[in-house]
Design a binder for this molecule. Structure first.
Ligand code: SER
Length: 390
């Protein structure tokens, strides 16, 4: 199934059950929002999960682009992405979590054709404040899906405060042999969908208050879903990455983890620029700068002459098109090349400085602080490119 077909199948399923489509928003939250980027489909819906009536009603569905920097160091493995698309469904104080799991199960089985024995669920087993999620446990039991009980991994919140609650994650078996173990013991179980019982509000003082309106918030990773439906083991085999993988391996001979990191970061940088961010030393612009610099650090470890100016327009256009962004591809390339030029200057200035400091012995924390605070050389650059760790 192509990503578009997956989206259509999901959205149509929920529309047939009275959900209205919420238009997707950019990665940039509205002014006043404390987070830098939209990290999940529920994020723009926060006020409505807390009780404000939504203009489209109590049943919603959408596709939202998201960016998570918490996973930045995991990017490079086959399943984590910085920018990804999330399909979501919501009950704003309408139907309950059991109904959501039943529809979820039905859609996976009938809509996407996944066999029951390839499914596994995890459920919140309770902690000091909140008891186990017996409703989800019972529902999965009735549906005949095996369950693993966990603790905090099955508690979802979008930050230290705000709406939160116990969740039930659905995993699909991606192994070539019959399923074995549980999601906690065998990573061939791939998480594709999370159903959260958004029933609490965490306040600034840490207090957990039950919401007057219990909600259900679900999120399915589109790229992961495409991967499990293809029978693949890597999100980088999907449609959205095909032109990137081909281009990056052809141009610069990258493979394995480096190839995945360069593809993820370049594609993410394109989407972030497409949503209006420009490189800088703070906030969103710094996230963009780090993405581009991590790409260059990876490329220059092998060959200092590698340059983003060699990128053909195809992968850039493919991503801008996928995310429905109107940015001139020439301007986008100019921006990436200008960022590369600044970074090359920094590397050239940094190399003699680091080697002088190194000549006095291995770098200390104080040296790293000095190189960063006085010369703008972050530790990952000093160690990764300038011989600091050597
Ligand atoms: N908020 C949950 C998540 O992002 C489900 O949408 O996983």
């Amino acid at each position: 199934m192509t990503p578009d077909r997956i989206v259509r199948t999901f959205v149509d399923y929920y529309r047939e059950r009275g959900h209205l489509l919420v238009p997707d928003t950019s990665l940039i939250p509205p002014p006043g929002d404390p987070v830098l980027f939209t990290t999940s489909g529920m994020h723009p819906l926060t006020p409505y999960l807390l009780g404000r009536p939504h203009p489209l009603g109590r049943r919603l569905v959408n596709l939202q682009r998201c960016l998570r920097t918490t996973d930045l160091d995991e990017v490079g493995d086959p399943t984590h992405l910085t920018v990804f698309e999330m399909l979501g469904s919501w009950s704003l104080g309408d139907y309950d979590g059991s109904q959501s799991l039943r529809w979820g199960y039905d859609l996976l089985r009938e809509g996407f054709g996944i066999d029951r024995d390839r499914l596994h669920a995890t459920v919140f087993g309770g902690d000091d404040l909140v008891g186990p999620d017996t409703g989800s446990l019972r529902t999965w039991g009735e549906l005949g899906v095996p369950v693993e009980l966990t603790g905090e991994e099955n508690w979802w919140s979008n930050g230290p405060t705000g709406p939160c609650g116990p969740d039930s994650e659905i995993f699909v078996w991606t192994g070539q042999t019959p399923p074995e173990g549980t999601p906690g013991t065998d990573d061939r179980w791939m998480e594709v969908w999370n159903h959260v019982g958004m029933r609490y509000h965490r306040h600034d003082d840490g207090r957990l208050e039950p919401l007057r309106q219990p909600n259900v918030d679900t999120g399915m990773g589109l790229e992961r879903m495409e991967m499990v439906l293809r029978g693949g083991r890597s999100v980088f085999e999907g449609d959205g990455f095909e032109p990137w993988v081909r281009t990056v391996s052809g141009l610069w001979g990258q493979e394995g983890e480096s190839l995945r990191r360069v593809c993820d970061h370049l594609r993410s940088a394109v989407v972030v620029v497409g949503d209006g961010v420009r490189p800088s030393n703070t906030g969103r612009g710094y996230v963009l700068r780090r993405l581009v610099r991590r790409v260059l650090t990876t490329l220059w470890r092998d060959d200092l002459s590698s340059s983003l100016s060699d990128l053909p327009p195809e992968p850039l256009l493919h991503t801008l098109d996928r995310f429905r962004q109107r940015v001139d591809v020439g301007d986008l390339r100019d921006l990436l090349c200008e960022e590369e030029r600044r970074f090359r200057d920094l590397v050239q200035r940094g190399r003699p400085l680091v080697s002088r400091t190194r000549s006095r012995g291995p770098l200390t924390d104080q040296d790293y602080h000095y190189l960063h605070d006085t010369h703008g050389l972050p530790r990952e650059l000093v160690d990764g490119l300038l011989g600091g760790a050597g």
